[in-house]
Design a protein around this ligand. Structure first.
Ligand SMILES: [Fe+2]
Length: 435
């Protein structure tokens, strides 16, 4: 009887877990499950006095969660473990502003995977290394604290990619590692931490030598009949019209030339982050396609990570959301509803600042345009954008009127709302044939 009850409970648990983690599209046999999270911007809650005006002021222009980040990451880790992923990819901006303490504590959290034999592969983002914005917010003061250099990064995350690496680029933290039989990973680090001064440089640069290293590794992997997964922090393919002009810093410099070289070498797809959006978009060079699978910041709207499965022929990509965290955020609202409201308020402030500072709008004009800007970005963060009649009317009216004070920004709103082909949240990619 006891055995029967145990079997029943265990059976229900198994079914619940399986349902929670089942793919909408059933993966084929032999498909390797993995998780992708990025731009978690981890920040230890004990580095802040949450009530201090200095910290509250800092948060005003922050479109993500900060002191709650550890709880959000923990929820994602638990969800991935429940989904029985075989490996995990982190595409940069692991920490808030490259604080040494954040890196050390995050590495501890990631051990939850390695303790269960699940491999983790990390690459840095522009905020992670040599960042003078690393601060604590205790005693109502902003105080500089230790950041790390590239050697520290490699040491802290040794077990999360560098140990497994069979090839390293000499100039960057890029590496190639074996994931399992017939499957490799290449991380391509275009960050400019060596040139950072007062702030981390947002744009990404790759030398000709680093691109040549990547081309050679991709070719050799395919020659051996081994599929290769690409990972970068910076985007490789434009995610909206004219991104290369209006938001160039979120793409690697010369993205089209580098994209062409990598696709010719045999790369089918790359997981990216940086602009904090759920957006998948492809470029075609000489009839060969390369897909950039950007994932949103885990600690911002829509609080998502990717559950994927790869086999010899296809890559299944689905989106999973964080609905609950183990943290008292001081509200009865469900986590995502509360957190979305918090991000919305930060985003409104942030966009108002940009509209005044960079687009020269008056206070009154900023008040009108900021909600349109914030809504366009929120929609882009969530993916599969679909503008309301009001938003559409605003950008269509002003982007076609060079006399309008909103002429320039309306073109950006329009681009953000216009979703390029490729479904952003759930998609199956058919991979090119390898022998
Ligand atoms: Fe980021």
């Amino acid at each position: 009887m006891i055995v029967n009850i145990f079997l029943l409970i265990f059976g229900i648990y198994e079914i619940t877990t399986a349902l929670k983690c089942s793919f909408a599209k059933k993966p084929p046999q032999g498909c390797a499950r993995f998780g992708v999270m990025t731009d978690m911007h981890y920040y230890p809650a004990n580095l802040v006095n949450c009530n201090s005006p200095v910290y509250q002021n800092y948060l005003k222009q922050d479109a993500k969660l900060t002191e709650e980040s550890g709880a959000v990451i923990d929820a994602a880790i638990n969800a991935m473990l429940a989904c029985e992923v075989e490996f995990v990819i982190l595409a940069g901006d692991l920490t808030n502003e490259g604080e040494k303490q954040s890196h050390l504590e995050l590495a501890e959290l990631l051990h939850k995977f390695t303790q269960k034999g699940i491999q983790v592969f990390v690459t840095p983002g522009n905020h992670d290394i040599n960042n003078r914005l690393a601060m604590s917010y205790l005693n109502n003061e902003q105080t500089p604290i230790d950041t790390i250099n590239e050697h520290d990064f490699e040491e802290i995350y040794y077990n999360f990619g560098f140990k497994q690496a069979y090839s390293r680029d000499v100039d960057t933290l890029s590496y190639c590692a074996r994931v399992k039989e017939g499957l490799n990973i290449i991380t391509i680090d275009a960050n400019q931490y060596k040139n950072n001064k007062d702030k981390p440089l947002p744009d990404g640069i790759l030398s000709d030598d680093s691109v040549t290293w990547a081309e050679n590794e991709i070719r050799s992997s395919l020659k051996r009949g081994e599929r290769i997964i690409g990972v970068m922090h910076h985007g490789l393919v434009e995610h909206f019209e004219n991104q290369g002009k209006s938001f160039r810093a979120f793409l690697v410099n010369d993205f089209d030339k580098i994209g062409q070289r990598l696709v010719e070498a045999g790369l089918d797809f790359v997981f990216t982050g940086h602009l904090h959006a759920q957006d998948i978009s492809s470029a075609i060079y000489n009839g060969k396609s390369i897909t950039d699978i950007e994932t949103a910041a885990l600690t911002s709207v829509p609080f998502a990570w990717r559950l994927c499965c790869i086999n010899h022929d296809e890559l299944i990509i689905e989106t999973r959301y964080i609905d609950e965290i183990d943290f008292d955020y001081g509200s009865d609202l469900p986590f995502r509803k509360w957190a979305t409201q918090r991000v919305w308020e930060g985003l409104l402030e942030l966009e108002a600042y940009f509209l005044k500072q960079y687009n020269g709008l008056t206070e009154e004009q900023t008040k009108i345009a900021a909600p349109y800007y914030a809504r366009a970005f929120m929609a882009h963060f969530c993916g599969d954008e679909n503008p309301s009649q009001e938003d559409k009317e605003f950008y269509l009216k002003h982007k076609n009127d060079p006399q309008s004070p909103y002429y320039e920004v309306a073109k950006i709103f329009s681009a953000l709302w216009t979703d390029l082909p490729d479904s952003d949240n759930d998609l199956t990619l058919h991979l090119r044939h390898i022998d």
